[in-house]
Design a protein around this ligand. Structure first.
Ligand code: GLC
Length: 439
């Protein structure tokens, strides 16, 4: 019998209707849920969070890249979990430390580039519960402590994996690590989806997912559409950020900057100025020079540098995610605990000029930045000196005072801007704040 061959005639009207119907499924049309928009607002107001880089690499005290830096083979590296036993880990202490520092959220590494999962996962035995003597899920404890203290919990999740064979074809890093085998990329994507589902199901409400490692394989198909949709379906308020150093991709909710204030371009991987968008922003920075615990990194930034970085970040309209790398025993090094205390002391007095603010109308410079809440403009003078001039400033002023003493500031408008002086008794080594109420 001869088969009838149906000739396919395109019905353009049907096609248009079909496209219209599937449009909501495409991420290009991502429209954030109401909860997500509220979460973005919360995030932009929060201004300050704690980044935690913690993994079995902390045992070696040489940062989180030690596996690739020292080319430690797979079987050698697999020994590390067997003596990772953080008996002094106390999630409540960490959360209290962050809260006292004035931080509003915590972002912790759940799985870094070494591929070791710091949580209970069904997708691999290479995890803290099954492969370490500690046997407990550190995320569970942290999630409980955060919930109790009203601190939001974000999860860092590495896209790059030096341990999983399915991370194949491999990327630009970790190629000197012996013992890696060939695998299947689609299986790797499924693995990530499985783990992300666990992370968004087993730990209560999650503030956000912080992706990293995209830069390892620029040409890869990461299936972001599916991954981002999965996250927003499981938890619509969950904010997605990705440290790809590029313009925002559809489905992302905030833009992140690594060790670089937006637009400063101080790093070779810095985002291009034209890629900076209007979503909430976050810059991450280390207290010394390392993310993961580094025993010999002595380049701890001074309290002044750290506080001024937080102020500058706010002046650039961005949050600061400040990092600690806990030690293998679960404690955070004393120098860093002390620095965080100092920042907390400062925020307890001046936090009003930071939290809930936006970058102010004055362009940031080395000498000053400004933050703003409606008609209240806070000028943060970062280098103490007596005479100041704000070129081009011609907005009418209702009131101008020193934030701390509430004394009036003497000022004068010229044809070219605003002149004012800060007498020595008002000057502050870290930040002299002038509060201007604009008319
Ligand atoms: C870089 C590093 C990574 C670190 C991250 C934090 O991407 O590869 O180790 O976790 O920066 O911003």
């Amino acid at each position: 019998m001869q088969r009838k061959i149906m000739k396919f005639k395109p019905n353009y009207l049907l096609l248009i209707v079909f496209m219209f119907l599937i449009q909501p499924l495409c991420s290009q049309s991502y429209s954030p849920a109401k909860e997500n928009l509220e979460a973005r607002k919360w995030f932009a107001d929060a201004k300050f969070g704690l980044f935690i880089h913690w993994g079995v690499y902390s045992v070696l005290g040489d940062g989180e890249w030690v596996m690739q830096l020292q080319n430690i083979s797979i079987p050698e590296y697999e020994k590390l979990p067997t003596f990772f036993n953080p008996v002094n880990y106390n999630a409540a202490e960490w959360v209290k430390m962050a809260k006292d520092a004035g931080m509003k959220y915590i972002c912790i590494t759940t799985r870094h580039h070494d591929g070791f999962s710091m949580f209970d996962t069904e997708l691999t035995d290479y995890n803290i519960v099954k492969s370490s003597p500690y046997k407990k899920d550190i995320l569970k404890e942290l999630a409980v402590a955060c919930e109790k203290e009203g601190i939001k919990l974000f999860f860092y999740y590495s896209l790059l994996d030096w341990h999983n064979d399915d991370y194949y074809p491999r990327g630009s890093t970790g190629n000197g690590i012996a013992g890696r085998k060939d695998g299947n990329w689609e299986k790797y994507i499924a693995f990530m989806k499985g783990q992300l589902t666990e992370l968004l199901t087993n730990y209560g409400e999650i503030g956000g997912i912080w992706f990293d490692g995209d830069w390892d394989k620029k040409e890869a198909d990461w299936h972001y559409d599916e991954i981002y949709q999965l996250i927003h379906r499981l938890q619509p308020q969950c904010l997605i950020g990705n440290n790809h150093h590029e313009a925002i991709k559809p489905g992302e909710d905030f833009q992140m900057f690594e060790k670089d204030l937006p637009g400063r371009s101080t790093q070779k991987f810095a985002s291009k100025a034209e890629d900076i968008g209007s979503l909430p922003k976050e810059v991450c920075e280390t207290i010394n020079g390392s993310w993961g615990f580094n025993l010999q990194d002595r380049h701890h930034k001074s309290d002044k540098e750290l506080i001024q970085y937080l102020i500058k970040a706010a002046g650039y309209g961005t949050n600061l995610l400040l990092n600690v790398g806990p030690m293998p025993n679960g404690k955070i090094q004393e120098e860093h605990v002390k620095s965080l205390e100092k920042i907390g002391d400062w925020l307890a007095v001046y936090g009003e000029t930071i939290y809930g603010s936006e970058g102010g109308i004055l362009a940031p410079s080395e000498d000053l930045v400004s933050t703003q809440k409606g008609k209240k403009l806070y000028v943060h003078l970062l280098n103490p000196k007596e005479n100041w001039f704000l070129p081009g400033f011609n907005t009418k002023i209702e009131n101008m005072t020193f934030f701390k003493s509430r004394a009036k500031v003497k000022y004068q408008f010229t044809d070219f801007g605003l002149l004012f002086s800060t007498p020595a008794r008002e000057q502050d080594e870290i930040d002299t704040i002038i509060e201007i109420t604009l008319k």
